[in-house]
Design a protein around this ligand. Sequence first.
Ligand SMILES: [Zn+2]
Length: 127
Amino acid sequence: MENNYLCPKCRSYLNIGTKIVLSVHVKNNQKGLLLFEKELGDYKIKKNDLINYTDGEMVGFFCPICHENLVSEINPNLAKIIMVDENNNEYDILFSKISGEQATYKLDKGKIEAYGSDKSKYLDFFK
Ligand SMILES: [Zn+2]
């Protein structure tokens, strides 16, 4: 079995195939769906071409099912979802909401796995 991703609020499944589906709101008030790769550290995304944002802009991430704001309690620049592995272990997955920033964290009972070229930026917030 593969890893699954859940909304922290309603615990609905957010992944389909190799993708994670999240709802986004961008600054110019456009809303849409974004497809992320399930593999941590892979920053390829798919989106509607009419959803536009520029590097450095904060993107709002929401659960596509319950519409909960996925902002993390650790830092407003980070969003949080839950990963469940094949052994039913749960991990918090945090990732940067800033467009162009590549920073993703997997939290496992105090241990942190960090991914992406900007991963050092938020490491201090986990201490
Ligand atoms: Zn939800």
